[in-house]
Ligand binder design. Structure first.
Ligand code: SF4
Length: 478
């Protein structure tokens, strides 16, 4: 029996997806397909800007790619370069003017940019430019880069874009288009993914490689942390705009939840990593049970890993309605509340009379998993053992992921036993921090601040600094 309860989604919210093209006729169509593949990274709004080297056209709006681009002829079909963006508002409001790519007319032409991440010094830079008389068009952190690029101090100097990027702190993967080129850059810590691919004689950039497979592109390599890649009519050029820190800080939550299982992220296949998480969970938190089920879709791979390692058969205890979007990405609480209730149904025939292990990727507030445990019991499960394929999320993220405050995070103030009691499970087991990093040879290059509270980069006044511990110095202005 399914509950009629209305609740807010219990997952963190991401973030954005970006896709760019240079040197391929029909860039608009390619970006359109790329954004479809990245839709899971943001459902609030989307946009595409294309150019033929002389003119620029853009179209953007609030809603899904299929809604905003219901008429495919809205952009020229044969222009050969462009960038696109799907948005979730981590900073700035949900207003239409915050939908990217941003397009601005500078003294030397039109610049477009698309951003994935969160700039931790954006407020400071914004105040500085506003004090000097600048007028901002949006409330996004991303717009500060436009103002730095337009600043005569940078505009008149060589390596203008590299110098501008070096002023930014925090998490960023940027695509930037001018009339001559498309550029891609990643922050020196490499928080967010960004990859380069080839299509014919041209190039594409994508937040995740799943977008390459579905646009006919071949994965070439990742944009390196601290690297600025420029593609123009002479080919691909690479330069570093900042010295690499001692350790990178790839977001491990991309592996746990955000990225699509068919993507290669930070050089690893996401499905394979999640399978390893499930296997590790089975070793760390074994239990006698009859079936393993997943909370689909993000729990699928880990549940399979748990099943194979434990020897407990996998089955489908929940069925997902695929015509409901990923609820966590909808920014308005009401939308999330209304759709989460529609998202899953329990299969009583599968769970009735069974001792059930249910594997989910994370617990944020605890409300959703609590309802799901109750549904399983209502459907006849005799025992419900919850296994979570990451450690307790106890700290907020300042690098582009929209977690609730520490007070709202259930693990921010409650022990695992208290959480187990709250969600009504017979047992509750979280993956350890060691288990979380065990798939990676370069474990120190991963950020896990939302679990540990140890932040790899100063967050510059965003929240309670007293709980932050900086592991590496801020990057110098260059
Ligand atoms: S704090 Fe968590 S969600 Fe944010 S970048 Fe680090 S690992 Fe990712």
């Amino acid at each position: 029996m399914q509950s009629n309860a209305i609740e807010v989604s219990d997952h963190p919210a991401e973030e954005c997806g970006i896709f760019g093209v240079y040197g391929v006729s029909g860039a608009a169509g390619l970006i359109h397909r790329g954004l479809f593949s990245l839709q899971h990274r943001g459902q609030e709004g989307c946009g595409i800007v294309v150019s033929d080297g002389e003119h620029v056209r853009s179209h953007k709006g609030q809603g899904l790619v299929s809604e905003v681009f219901a008429d495919p002829s809205v952009l020229p079909s044969d222009w050969n370069r462009g960038i696109g963006h799907v948005r979730y508002s981590t900073t700035g409001s949900t207003r239409i003017h915050n939908v990217q790519p941003l397009v601005v007319e500078c003294v030397d032409g039109i610049w477009s940019l698309a951003h994935n991440g969160n700039l931790t010094n954006a407020d400071k830079l914004r105040r500085m430019y506003q004090d000097a008389g600048a007028i901002f068009q949006t409330s996004t952190d991303s717009e500060v880069l436009v103002h730095i690029l337009a600043d005569p101090m940078y505009r008149r100097r060589p390596q203008r874009v590299a110098r501008a990027l070096a002023e930014l702190h925090g998490a960023f993967s940027f695509l930037i288009m001018t009339k001559d080129c498309v550029m891609a850059a990643r922050d020196p810590h490499g928080f967010r993914p960004l990859s380069i691919g080839r299509v014919g004689d041209g190039y594409v950039f994508a937040s995740e490689t799943c977008a390459m497979a579905q646009t006919g592109a071949t994965y070439l390599r990742d944009v390196e942390p601290g690297e600025l890649v420029t593609i123009d009519e002479t080919g691909l050029h690479s330069s570093m705009f900042a010295d690499p820190p001692e350790h990178k800080a790839h977001c491990v939550f991309e592996m746990v939840y955000f990225a699509r299982p068919d993507s290669m992220v930070f050089g690893r296949n996401v499905h394979a990593v999640r399978m390893l998480y499930g296997a590790c969970l089975a070793k760390e938190h074994p239990v006698e049970a009859d079936i393993v089920i997943a909370v689909p879709d993000s729990g699928n791979s880990a549940a399979l890993g748990y099943s194979r390692t434990s020897g407990i058969p996998f089955d489908f205890g929940f069925i997902r309605n695929h015509y409901i979007g990923r609820t966590f990405i909808m920014p308005q609480v009401e939308k999330r509340a209304a759709s989460v209730d529609m998202k899953l149904a329990v299969l009583p025939e599968v769970v009735r009379g069974k001792r059930v292990v249910v594997v989910d990727d994370s617990i944020v507030r605890g409300t959703t998993i609590r309802h799901r445990v109750a549904w399983l019991r209502s459907a006849g499960a005799v025992e419900v053992h919850v296994r979570i394929s990451c450690p307790p999320v106890a700290h907020p993220c300042f690098y582009g992921i929209d977690f609730p405050t520490r007070e709202e995070l259930i693990a921010g103030g409650q022990s695992v036993e208290e959480i187990r009691e709250f969600i009504g499970a017979d047992t509750l087991g979280y993956l350890s921090e060691e288990g979380l990093l065990s798939p990676f040879e370069n474990a120190p290059d991963y950020c896990k601040a939302c679990f540990s509270g140890v932040y790899p980069l100063d967050v510059e006044g965003q929240g309670d600094k007293s709980r932050h511990e900086s592991l590496s110095p801020e990057l110098p202005f260059q």
